[in-house]
Structure formats: C-alpha cells, structure tokens
Design a protein around this ligand. Structure first.
Ligand SMILES: [Fe+2]
Ligand SMILES: [Fe+2]
Length: 275
C-alpha cells in the first residue's frame, strides 16, 4: 500500500517546476497508481490544497498571448516555434490533469474517473518528453522561446466549478487540439521531419481519449444532478470560456470522443446563442 494518497501525488507533480522532473514524477506516480490497481490494493484519494498555480521553470518567459511572436511555419525556426508551443501546452496539460484530481477530490467519484485522469496525465507527460526530444534534435529546447501566459487561466476560472472545469478544459481546449493537430502534422511531413511527425501522431491518437474522458464524466455528473448535458455545456462554456469556438471543427474525431455537433456548433463564432 502506497504511503501517499493520490491527491498528495498530484500536489507533488504540481509543485515540481522543471519540466523533465515534473513529467518524470508524474509518470512514476501514475505507475504506482496503476500497479496498485492491478494488485487490487487501494490508494486513498485523500484531500489536499493544491496550489492555485503550479510551479514552473524560470524559462520560458511567459508573455501575454498578443505578445507571443507569430510563427512562420515554412521555416525551421517556425517549426521550432510550433514544437515549443506544443511542449508548453503539454506541460500545462500534465498539471491540468493532476489538478482536476486534487482540486475536486471532495466530490465522490467512481474509481474509473481517477484511472482516466491519471492515465491522461501520464500520456501528457510522455507527450511533453517526446516534443522536447524533437526540439532538442533541432538544436533547441523547452524554455528557449517565450510562451503563452494565458493557458492556466481556464484552470483558475474554474477552480471552484467542477463541471465548468470538465466543460472548458477537456471538452473545449483539448477538443481544439484535435482540430489543429492534422494541420501541424502536415507542416512537419512537408519538411520531412519524421521524428516530429511520429510524436504528433502519438499525441493526436491519445488526445481523443482525453476529450472522451471529459465528455464521459461531464455526462456522468449531469446524470447525477439530473440536468440536460447540452444546456449545461452551453451555459458553462459561455460563463468560463472567453470568446467563441473557432471552426473548422474535426467532426470525425470529436464524434469519436463523444462530443456531438450540437454541443459545439451553437458556440461557434457565427452563433446566435452568445447574443
Ligand atoms: Fe497531450
Ligand atoms: Fe490531453
């Protein structure tokens, strides 16, 4: 039996600043969780107070989204900028998945809910490492460029709203990843960067699962509270997500993840729902 609760493991990861150290700890804790689950041992979920913001390395410098230099995807510099932005997203995602575990640990959830987010956190950790390897193969590294400061905002905005967190993080932000990843894969295919293509294909395949976990547990909570999932989703996204959703949507992968068109289309840029 593990001495640490799952919430304590989450806070360990959130409190680790360095990216490679954070992901190593994340993967180790995930392995401990799944080994215990396999052996039929119980790791308690526990209660902790996770930090409002996770520990982060000194670099990258975090800039307002408007001040992050634009990417020129045709050049190697542009591709490095894309990989750097993806690494930053993956590192935030590691923290987001551990944060949802610790932050809402007072809500009684089935064990499968914890399995899903531990698995997602483990996969995000792998994604960060894969993308860092690609950056390093191109002579760069995570921290070499400035990054987006806005990414933790969704977590702070929904720090006290469990369903809001599920709606905005996996079902909006991670679903957006499904929309944009095929275009990024093409950029690296055109450049003949097979290492980056392979890494992005792993990410693309596994992110469908994260969106699906979001949709599954969002629907579970709607069922528990006897509320209409589509209406609840629209209300929460309008409350916590700043701005309309941007088409084109990857309808095929969104469907695979259990996200139906009537959830996201009414929130798209042209929508009257927001008026
Ligand atoms: Fe990821
Ligand atoms: Fe993800």
């Amino acid at each position: 039996m593990s001495a640490k609760t799952l919430s304590e493991m989450a806070v360990d990861v959130l409190g680790t600043a360095d990216g490679r150290a954070k992901t190593a700890l994340s993967r180790a804790h995930a392995a401990t969780w799944f080994a215990a689950r396999k052996a039929g041992e119980e790791i308690a979920i526990g209660r902790t107070s996770p930090p409002l913001r996770p520990a982060r390395p000194d670099k990258p410098e975090l800039l307002d989204p408007r001040d992050v230099p634009r990417r020129r995807p045709g050049s190697e510099k542009g591709r490095i900028a894309i990989l750097h932005a993806v690494a930053h997203i993956e590192l935030n995602a590691v923290d987001l998945h551990w944060d949802i575990i610790a932050r809402f640990a007072d809500v009684k959830m089935p064990i499968g809910y914890f399995d899903d987010w531990v698995k997602a956190a483990d996969e995000e950790s792998k994604h960060f490492n894969l993308i860092c390897d690609c950056l390093e193969a191109l002579g760069s590294h995570y921290g070499a460029l400035p990054a987006h400061a806005g990414m933790w905002r969704a977590a702070e905005d929904t720090a006290e709203d469990f369903m809001g967190r599920l709606a905005v993080v996996p079902m909006v932000l991670e679903a957006r990843g499904l929309d944009v990843t095929p275009g990024m894969i093409e950029i690296f295919e055109r450049a003949g960067d097979e290492k980056s293509v392979a890494a992005m294909k792993v990410i693309y395949a596994e992110e469908v699962g994260h969106v699906a976990y979001g949709s599954k547990w969002f629907h579970f909570l709607c069922g528990r509270h006897d509320i209409d999932p589509k209406d609840a989703f629209h209300d929460l996204v309008q409350r916590y997500f700043h701005g309309p959703l941007k088409p084109p949507f990857n309808e095929e992968k969104r469907a695979e993840a259990g996200l139906p068109p009537d959830f996201y289309w009414p929130l798209a840029a042209t929508s009257s729902v927001r008026d």
